[in-house]
Design a protein around this ligand. Structure first.
Ligand code: IPM
Ligand code: MG
Length: 368
């Protein structure tokens, strides 16, 4: 049987440098755990625009469709701000999500003990935090039609449409309930059913799926604004949160920051199973391309490394090896290694992107 394939799309800004560390980690698993992947690389975002004039070439899209997993670094940068909307780096990422139909976006917000002090909240509020936001990723206001900027009389009107079908809501709800069963068995669904019809339907469908298939899971509902408030007040009340595309975008940034650093958090975007039983999947750090620090060896590679851990767990059924990698990261942090984003106001001497990557690989070796 051929090796499972991974398509790496480093993208823009700090994407390539954090991805270089992930490649070391992938190599380590090949050399030490008999887990060899066929790894190939391609362009996305501004990097693709520079070469092909589009943020995602058709050939790259095809390769992504055929890969067992896609690992993406980050897209975007000020150089591309003036581009036509359809050519912006972000459109490349959105095309991947939409055409691969990656409807369930898993964004864990986990607070590493060694980093609890970096949160803007009190350490006892975030210490030990471990929640999972499941964001619907392929519909809602991000993709709804009609959309555009049109002329009405003598002024322009910007239009986007929030739209959800029952089946779109039901499938992401199932993803959330399935995950909850493997965790502490609690799901909180967030929408704005008090204001939006799409929210009314969201609440109804989530409740129906729950009653019919998942009555062992504890389900609650919250308006998304109240959810944001509760997330900052006492985040540990949550286990799995399921929400729509736009609310999920906002709430996952909020939840990420609770943990102290965006540079630490991975994500998985999963679709329906392929013929080989693996879900269509794309893994990426939650952080962006951070153009201000790109190319300086200052980026934290941990979020991208942990995204590969999620790939081991969700695409390759190697939960044990995923845990091994997550423990290696924890051990490095416990040793006090810090990239610049993890430096407190009192300072210290930060390590570089490559040093952080090397340290994780060394901890992996120590785990054998
Ligand atoms: C995210 C990002 C993207 C989004 C952008 C880059 C298109 O903010 O993954 O959260 O809005 O979904
Ligand atoms: Mg976002």
């Amino acid at each position: 049987m051929s090796n499972p394939s991974i398509l790496i799309l480093p993208g823009d800004g700090i994407g390539p440098e954090v991805m270089a560390e992930v490649r070391h980690v992938i190599d380590w698993f090949g050399e030490n755990r008999d887990l060899t992947f066929d790894v190939s690389e391609d362009l996305v975002g501004g990097a693709a625009y520079d070469v092909h004039g589009v943020p995602l070439a058709d050939a790259t899209m095809e390769r992504a469709q055929g890969a067992d997993a896609v690992l993406l670094g980050a897209v975007g940068g000020p150089r591309y701000d003036e581009l036509d909307f359809q050519l912006k780096p972000e459109r490349g990422l959105l095309r991947l999500r939409k055409e691969m139909d990656l409807y369930a976006n898993l964004r864990p917000a986990q607070c590493f003990d060694a980093l609890a002090e970096f949160s803007s909240l009190k350490a006892d509020v975030v210490g030990g935090l471990d929640i999972m936001i499941v964001r619907e990723l392929t519909s809602g206001v991000y993709f709804g039609e009609p959309r555009g900027i049109v002329k009405e009389g003598n002024e322009r009107v910007g239009i986007n449409t929030q739209r959800y079908t029952e089946s779109e809501i039901a499938r992401v709800a199932r993803s959330a309930f399935d995950l909850a069963r493997k965790r502490t068995g609690k799901v909180c669904s967030m929408e704005k059913a008090n204001v939006m019809e799409s929210g009314v339907l969201w609440r109804e469908v989530v409740s129906e799926v729950h009653a019919a298939e998942y009555s062992d899971v504890v389900l609650s509902h919250m308006y998304a604004d109240a959810g944001a408030m509760q997330l900052t007040r006492w985040p540990k009340q949550f286990d799995v949160i399921v929400t729509d595309n736009l609310f999920g975008d906002l709430l996952s940034d909020l939840a990420a920051m609770l943990t102290g650093s965006l540079g630490m958090l991975p994500s998985a975007s999963l679709g329906a199973p392929m013929d080989n039983g693996r879900p269509k999947a794309l893994y990426e750090p939650v952080h962006g391309s951070a153009p201000d620090i790109a190319g300086q060896g200052k980026a934290n590679p941990v979020a991208c490394i942990l995204s590969f851990a999620m790939a081991l767990r969700y695409s390759f059924d190697k939960g044990d090896e995923a845990t091994r990698l997550e423990r290696a990261v924890e051990a490095v942090l416990a040793d006090g290694l810090r990239t610049p984003d993890l430096m407190g106001p009192e300072g210290g001497s930060p390590v570089s992107t490559a040093e952080m990557g090397d340290a994780v690989v060394a901890k992996l070796s120590a785990s054998l």
